[in-house]
Design a protein around this ligand. Structure first.
Ligand SMILES: Nc1ncnc2c1ncn2[C@@H]1O[C@H](COP(=O)(O)OP(=O)(O)O)[C@@H](O)[C@H]1O
Ligand SMILES: [Mg+2]
Length: 391
């Protein structure tokens, strides 16, 4: 896909040689910390250094911001190596802060002893964080306050897309197809557990019990029989390890078809990839963490998915409509089930989808004609072109 060269080349950045200064923010407080590091590794390796000066900012699992190594090896995720951002420690470089006033992207380091040192402005922030405190609108709110452009969706789309409960409400409100589900809040579970179990039992089996705001399949249990109170209770408790709010869904029989979406340039409609498919070996049960990140065994990514043309077009249209329903910006991946009847049911939108070079989202763009480095470029350009504040 051709990138608009005129627009793309016109911006002069604040970095050395007029390069655009990009703060790559990764790590973070969610369970998806290592995956975010792996994405950072991919971006650090692929970003065009002749155009972009990168300032890698890591967030430790405890939530401390630090200047991080510009070292793809250090952040890659492989068997036996789980990357982790360490906090500044007593003798370290110090905490990195983003002033909360509308400072236009200035970054400050608080050196040990409390001395503050400016690292200058960044032109754009590229958050490659997944899950709570990154993908859920909280970081986006901070960046709005700081008045700095950033890649991806704003506060509302990020938070609604992170929360599987409100995600369903937005989808249903736009007439987009979803499956049967119920929500169990922490208060309901404490005060009326039997009623909660009854509501779950009314769903068709199997059921998927999920933390409302996690990702990467963390905390999800498939329960074969919705009426099995012991198993459902155990699944709810497992989900509570990640989130006090739980969503329980009726299992959908269908193939898992996904589409990548990129915001349109100017006022153009969102662009979509050829549909892709996650083909999971039956032995793996469902698309869990190991299948997603550690072993390609038992799972295959196919793009284009083997679908009739008409179904492929319908999927792409559904993905674009889902993107618009959330008011998403930049990028999203829309995941659906394709039922044996030929219907699509939206499972979820991911506003910051897995973005390692081998992840589904970049892979689908690659197959559609946009290579990983060009995709990174396009996302940064989209962020620079859009105004900050209400839009
Ligand atoms: N309602 C459902 N019916 C059938 N399979 C499901 C359902 N919900 C989840 N799954 C399976 O579990 C996986 C992870 O669930 P998902 O809701 O996508 O969570 P995450 O946000 O962690 O990716 C899906 O990719 C799919 O394989
Ligand atoms: Mg998913």
């Amino acid at each position: 896909m051709p990138v608009d060269e005129t627009n793309a080349r016109s911006v002069t950045g604040s970095g050395a040689d007029g390069r655009i200064r990009v703060a790559l923010v990764f790590g973070g407080r969610s369970s998806e910390h290592p995956i975010s590091c792996a994405t950072a590794a991919g971006v650090l390796r692929a970003i065009d250094r002749t155009r972009y000066e990168v300032v890698p900012l890591g967030i430790s699992p405890e939530g401390e911001w630090v200047l991080a190594a510009d070292d793809p090896e250090r952040w890659s995720l492989r068997a036996g190596h789980t990357p982790r951002v360490e906090g500044p420690g007593p003798d370290g470089d110090g905490h990195v802060v983003l002033p909360l006033s509308a400072s236009g992207g200035e970054i400050v380091v608080l050196r040990p002893g409390g001395r503050a040192e400016s690292l200058g402005r960044v032109d754009v922030v590229f958050p490659v964080l997944h899950g709570p405190f990154g993908e859920d609108g909280t970081l986006q709110g901070l960046l709005e306050l700081a008045g700095v452009p950033y890649v991806g969706s704003g506060v509302l789309a990020s938070s609604a897309g992170m929360d599987k409960h409100y995600m369903k409400i937005v989808l249903a409100g736009h007439g987009l197809p979803i499956g049967p589900y119920t929500v169990i809040t922490a208060r309901q579970w404490r005060s009326e557990p039997d009623l909660c179990l009854q509501t779950v039992a009314a769903l068709s089996s199997p059921v998927f019990v999920k933390p409302a705001r996690a990702g990467s399949s963390f905390g999800i249990t498939k329960v074969a029989d919705a009426g099995d109170a012991v198993a459902v209770r155990a699944a709810i408790e497992a989900a509570h390890e990640h989130d006090p709010k739980v969503v329980v869904e009726a299992g959908i029989v269908g193939r898992e078809i996904e589409c990548g979406v990129l915001e349109g340039r100017g006022d153009a409609r969102p662009r979509t990839t050829l549909p892709g498919e996650i083909v999971v070996d039956p032995g793996h049960g469902f698309y869990h963490f190991d299948a997603k990140y550690l072993s390609s065994e038992g799972v295959q990514l196919a793009c284009p998915a083997d679908l009739p043309d008409e179904a492929g077009s319908r999927m792409r249209e559904l993905a674009a409509r889902t993107f618009d329903a959330f008011g998403a910006e930049g990028l999203s991946r829309v995941d659906c089930f394709y039922t044996p009847d030929g219907d699509f049911i939206v499972n979820e939108i991911n506003t910051l989808p897995g973005f390692t070079p081998s992840s589904m989202y970049p892979f689908m763009w690659q197959q559609t004609g946009l290579a990983y480095p060009d995709l990174i470029d396009e996302l940064i350009q989209l962020a620079l072109e859009r105004p900050v504040g209400l839009r």
